[in-house]
Design a protein around this ligand. Structure first.
Ligand code: DGL
Length: 266
């Protein structure tokens, strides 16, 4: 799996819980982050480089693109380039939000790259008859989370939730907020404090992990279904970064309680 940086750890957390017998290789492209405010061509180039490393160097049997921005820009291309590799992407959870929202007014926080992509626009158009969506591009927020800059995270969450609109449970209020970037799951506490206990915050870790399980099972790749009925060892995580390995090491401890050595990637 890869992300532009530490955000995909929110997906890794869910994957490890859902698939405890699988081994995971986490690749953080922190040396080329953030993806969300860059040209889509940059995101495509980096996504291809990440996928190639995971397949060639780490012999990945499946790939999770743990980044909304990279999924939007590059997943079709990656599927064409690696036709035999099961590939799971992440997209803002608009459908679950429609199912949960009572006021039918949904906020979506995501990167500029995700919101501007054709893939996201198509998803949005397919659901627009069912709800009113207010989109908010959150420039700088993934980067602040990447650097664990708490004052900046708090300031940007305040600015962007205010700009999104009025949150509440009355008619017209936004009662559901989609966290459409994997980094934002790590700002959930800050957002919860700002928005109060009743607004629904929707991140994608669990549904992506469940979907990955289904994809592995369908492809005959799920570890627990190996012939013989014995449960193989597994559950190892290795982590690699194109940026400062120390940042990823600290994020793994902080958010996953995982003491994992981090290697250098390119
Ligand atoms: N974590 C990524 C996502 O889910 C993007 C963060 C970035 O801008 O690099 O969209």
């Amino acid at each position: 799996m890869f992300d532009s940086g530490v955000g995909g750890l929110s997906i890794l957390r869910a994957l490890r819980a859902e698939l405890p017998h699988e081994d995971f290789v986490y690749l953080a492209d922190s040396g080329h982050a953030p993806y969300g405010e860059r040209d889509p061509a940059h995101v495509v180039t980096r996504s291809r480089a990440m996928a190639q490393q995971l397949v060639a160097r780490h012999r990945a049997k499946a790939l999770v693109v743990a980044c909304n921005t990279a999924t939007a820009a590059a997943i079709d291309l990656l599927r064409a380039e690696f036709p035999a590799l099961p590939i799971v992407g992440v997209e803002p959870a608009l459908k679950p939000a429609v199912a949960l929202s009572r006021t039918r007014h949904i906020g979506v926080m995501a990167t500029r790259g995700t919101l501007g992509s054709a893939k996201f626009q198509a998803l949005l158009a397919s659901l627009t008859p069912q709800a009113n969506f207010t989109l908010q591009a959150c420039d700088g927020l993934a980067d602040a989370i990447e650097r664990f800059d708490t004052p900046k995270i708090e300031a940007l969450c305040l600015e962007y939730t205010r700009a999104t609109g009025f949150f509440g449970q009355e008619i017209g209020d936004i009662d559901t907020l989609v966290l459409g970037c994997t980094h934002y799951a790590f700002a959930e506490g800050v957002l919860r404090d700002l928005l109060g206990p009743t607004v629904r915050l929707i991140e994608t870790g669990l549904p992506v992990a469940q979907h990955t399980r289904r994809v592995l099972a369908q492809s005959g790749l799920l570890r627990s279904t190996l012939p013989g009925g014995t449960m193989p060892p597994g559950g190892r995580t290795s982590a690699w970064s194109t940026g400062d390995p120390g940042d990823l090491r600290q994020a793994l401890v902080r958010w996953l309680g995982s003491h994992t050595e981090v290697g250098a990637a390119h």
